[in-house]
Ligand binder design. Sequence first.
Ligand code: ZN
Length: 299
Amino acid sequence: MDRLSLKEKISEGLFLLDGAMGTQLIARGTEAGVCNDYLNIDSADIVFDVHRAYLEAGSDAVITNTLGANKYALARHGFAEEVARINTAGAEIARRAAGEGKYVLGDIGPSGDFLEPLGNLKHDECKDAFRRQAKGLLAGGVDGFIIETMTALDEIAIAVEAVKSVGGDLPVFASMSFDRAGDDFKTMMGVDVEAAVSKMVSLGVDAVGFNCGTLELDEYVKLAEKFVSAVRALSQDVLVFAEPNAGKPELVDDKAVYKVSPEDFAAAAEKIHSAGVSIIGGCCGTGPGHIEAVAKRLK
Ligand SMILES: [Zn+2]
């Protein structure tokens, strides 16, 4: 079947990503605290089911269940040697769910460590780790890559360079997580929107964005506006994407609970879209209901 490449497809206009993976896995009976990425090996049917639910809700793409599948994050669960297998399996499950008609983005998240000189993580080793993850995803058939939940400029730069060295011409999306900082927004590592956008654009990514964070919905709308103006100020032809959480989490019995309804989430997504963001999905607390509401409202 003939279809547009992911690059062509995202340049055409509105493109919907999926919502959260973790909460959907738990909703299907997996235990909190297990290695989510290893479920690609021992519970592929559950991961497949989450992907299908998002595609049926209206997602144009699904994101692989590999956010923590770099060797550092996997080592915390004793799976450091399983990078290739876990990533390839994750990409294959998503590919099978998406078929040839929809798209698969290979998910890459932070190492969880600090790079030198702040921490002990060496640049070359970190780059090699992201390269191995990207190779595993590529072998499983992804259409592009999404680097998410990053907070440090040096780490996102290393991740983008690693992915580009493996992925050839495949599109790369890069995203950082922002919190409120006075009247502004900054990542946990103190990076503001202008610095984040200018760094990510300079790395040659296809789309720059934000995901996760600890913001209210109307703050995500403001963040979207800031992102779009930062990109326009650089006069660059780079797309902006947004994956807000379902609002700010509230603590209930020591657990983070996200209470924003699909309708309220879709109303914010519409404002984010009007601000000039053409690629929209959800992060923590969003489910197929949220994506379905966004699809109904915007498509
Ligand atoms: Zn999140």
